[in-house]
Design a protein around this ligand. Sequence first.
Ligand code: OXD
Length: 315
Amino acid sequence: MGAAAVQRFPVDAVAVGPGDAPDWLVQSVRDGGATVVPPGQADALLWIHPDDPGGLAAVLRSHGGHLRWVQLPWAGVEPYVGVLDRERIWTCGKGVYAEPVAELALTLVLAGLRGLPTYLHDAPLVERGTIGRNLRGADVVVVGAGGITDAFLRMVAPFDAITTVVRRRSEPHPGARRTVTLDGLDDALRDADVVVVACALTPATTGLFDARRFARMQQHAWLVNVARGALVVTDDLLEALRAGTIGGAGLDVTDPEPLPPDHPLWAETNCVITPHVGNTADMGRPLLAERIRSNVARRIAGAPLLGPVDVDAGY
Ligand code: OXD
């Protein structure tokens, strides 16, 4: 006897998890033209927990045979890499939160270049002299070529900065003066006044910024990380800040995260830390609702979905 045929459900039958679907999510599914149904009767699953791979794996074990599309909530999918498979389409929040995150990147860049953390923490500096650099005309290196980078490049365009994008592929990134691959990162760092980290966390990028890379940077250069904490080796950063190897750091993400209250990074006057708030829940909810509405409508229309996950690349 052959294997039993897998039951299929219509593309407008969409489940939500974990737990009960909040009203805003039910509404965005309806606005997209679909209905929220239990996972056992669904064609697609909208999984809105940013970090519950065990819960998702359990749903897929029970209902994975007929779930042909899974939408994840965040741009970064690293908690879910062990659950991704080739049995279905995977999409994530790629690009959804790019504008608010890029805005925070710009905030941290300007705060660093203009010396705000130092002035806030170190009043006697005023007697010793003044610090600060312009973003206008500065050499800005952005690592990563996704939605945050696009939005950030649009935001810094009026400052006429000299922008370099570091990405996996070599074709020129729109809006950047220069594009280099990861092999060119070390060279790009040499002249950078500020480095913005906005790439995915993968095995190839984990610990990308370590003591060796900090040593290549200029003593006044700032590192801004709005992507994932583990892209930076925290102990090496601490050492670089203490030794004055680099000018400072603006971090919206840290490793560990959240950063414990007694962590020595908090005490560094040339470091400004925000608690992963590039995209707050209030900012992100309407943006995610719109992405879900749009992807549900696309699925029903048979159009390509937004934010596809490259399962092989893991992001
Ligand atoms: C994301 C995030 O990955 O907000 O979307 O960190």
